[in-house]
Design a protein around this ligand. Structure first.
Ligand code: ZN
Ligand code: ZN
Length: 100
C-alpha cells in the first residue's frame, strides 16, 4: 500500500508531501510486472532536496530530477530530525497524511 507523508520544517516553514510504497496489491506482487509502481524517498546529495521516485519507472536513473546529481535513498524513520532542504536546520518533521 502506498502512503502519503507530509514533511515540514519548524524553522523556515518548508513543507512538502511525499508518497512511499507500492501501488500494487499483495496479490499482484507475486506477479510483479514493469507496470507496478514502487515509490521511495530520495535525497539529492547536492541540494538536499527530498523527493519521491517510482523506482520501477522507466525514467529512474538514480539521479536528481532537478540538478542531475547523485541521490541517496532515505527511509521514513530517518526524516524526523533530518536536515531541512531549505534552511539546513535539523528540524524536519514527518507525519502520515490521511486522504479521505
Ligand atoms: Zn538535486
Ligand atoms: Zn527549514
Amino acid at each position: 500500500m502506498a502512503q502519503w507523508y507530509k514533511i515540514s520544517c519548524n524553522s523556515c516553514g518548508y513543507s512538502n508531501e511525499l508518497i512511499t510504497g507500492s501501488s500494487v496489491t499483495a496479490e499482484s506482487l507475486k506477479d510483479l510486472n514493469e507496470d507496478s509502481a514502487d515509490f521511495k524517498i530520495f535525497e539529492c546529495k547536492n541540494d538536499h532536496e527530498l523527493f519521491t521516485i517510482d523506482v520501477h519507472g522507466n525514467d529512474f536513473d538514480n539521479k536528481c530530477p532537478v540538478c542531475g546529481s547523485d541521490i541517496e535513498e532515505v527511509s521514513v524513520e530517518k526524516i524526523d530530525g533530518h536536515a531541512c532542504p531549505k534552511c539546513d536546520n535539523r528540524t524536519l518533521k514527518i507525519e502520515p497524511v490521511v486522504h479521505i
